[in-house]
Write a protein that binds this ligand. Structure first.
Ligand code: UDP
Ligand code: BGC
Ligand code: MN
Length: 346
């Protein structure tokens, strides 16, 4: 009698286990209703499928991990645990933004915002991208950068600052505007200014700020992976709120291509800072190939203006910034701010 009861007990336990295993197996790739946004985010921090199109995806460890722990969150570790290292980056033409939206939908918040679910991010980072008519590049940037920034465990937001109209382009002024507009939304402490066409080739190149302003795009394919000159600060750079305020931001008066980043570099040195950089093996980038844009020709006057940085920096910058916001559009993947930069006539 006792033996039969024991057999029945063992049988029913085995059935329950088999049922549970079948359920888990069947649902392994599905969005279960009880998978919270936090668990989805975890899955993303661990996921490698955005790493390349050709290398196999790593196992989705995140789903096995428990979600955000109960009680107050601990600070995120210094070195994010799920980085992939070297990435393969290619610019396939059939990539669709809708696909990126679908894949990232469960983890991002409207406006291209993200916060790690299991720990308190080291920094609150606003990524500022100067923009006009580069939608194809933006698509690639979003496709590659969001998964990287998620793995880097940043509390971040992506701001595309779109210059309205077809007057002469002003990259630096768009950066200043991005800084001001992002701060209206959230208490960011770090700003990463990035061209829309620069994609990192290694996710150990962290998009966060350091004791000194940090130049991230150290080795770009366009320059044969060599730093073109020691003081360069263009491409992608990270600067804390304090560092940026100390130099009064960028100059607003560099119209057309060239020099605005060199002017900022000089401002930093004049204020006693120096430029930090990742190792040239980690700070590698691909630039999406492009020609010169309309209304952004090299401006010879900008070269001369570099002699006047020390004289101008206290009056030309954040404290003299004037512009009009035309529209703010929230997409899942970014905040798109169209601005009138008040370009000079002609
Ligand atoms: N940019 C843009 N539209 C333009 C001109 C410039 O969006 O018409 C932005 C874009 O982010 C671009 C950055 O400004 O990556 C720097 O310009 P560009 O790529 O021409 O500079 P370079 O390739 O010489 O570094
Ligand atoms: C320009 C910079 C530019 C750099 C690399 C310099 O001559 O002044 O604005 O970032 O070249 O293209
Ligand atoms: Mn470029």
């Amino acid at each position: 009698m006792l033996k039969t009861a024991f057999k029945l007990l063992v049988l029913s336990a085995a059935c329950s286990l088999a049922g549970l295993a079948a359920f888990l197996f069947y649902n392994r790739n599905r969005s279960l209703p009880f998978i919270t946004a936090a668990q989805n985010a975890l899955k993303w921090e661990n996921k490698a499928s955005f790493r390349t199109e050709k290398t196999p995806a790593a196992p989705e460890v995140g789903l096995q991990t428990s979600a955000a722990p109960a009680g107050p969150l601990q600070p995120c570790p210094d070195v994010p645990p799920n980085l992939q290292g070297v990435l393969r980056v290619e610019f396939s033409t059939n990539r669709s933004l809708e696909d990126v939206r679908q894949r990232l939908g469960p983890v991002l918040q409207e406006g291209g915002r993200y916060k790690p679910p299991t720990c308190v991010a080291k920094q609150k980072v606003a990524i500022i991208i100067p923009f006009r008519n580069r939608h194809e590049h933006l698509k690639h940037w979003l496709h590659f950068l969001h998964p990287i920034l998620i793995r880097q465990q940043l509390d971040y937001g992506v701001y595309i600052i779109n210059q309205e109209g077809d007057s002469v382009f002003n990259r630096a002024k768009l950066m200043n505007i991005g800084h001001v507009e992002a701060l209206k939304e959230y208490d960011y402490d770090c700003f990463v200014f990035s061209d829309v066409d620069l994609i990192p080739l290694d996710d150990r190149n962290l998009y966060r700020c350091s004791d000194n302003p940090r130049h991230l795009s150290v080795a770009v394919d366009k320059f044969n992976f060599i730093l073109p000159y020691a003081t360069i600060f263009g491409g992608v750079s990270a600067i804390s709120k304090e560092q940026f305020l100390k130099v009064n931001g960028f100059s607003n008066t560099f119209w057309g291509w060239g020099g605005e980043d060199d002017d900022l570099s000089q401002r930093l040195y004049f204020q006693g800072m120096s430029i930090s950089r990742p190792d040239s093996l980690i700070g590698r980038y691909k630039m999406i190939k492009h020609g010169r844009d309309l209304h952004n020709n090299p401006n010879p006057q900008n070269v001369h203006k570099l002699k006047e940085t020390a004289y101008n920096m206290n009056t030309d910058g954040l404290n003299s910034l004037s512009y009009t916001v035309r529209e703010i559009k929230k997409d899942l993947l970014y905040t798109f701010i169209t601005v009138d930069v008040q370009a000079p006539a002609g």
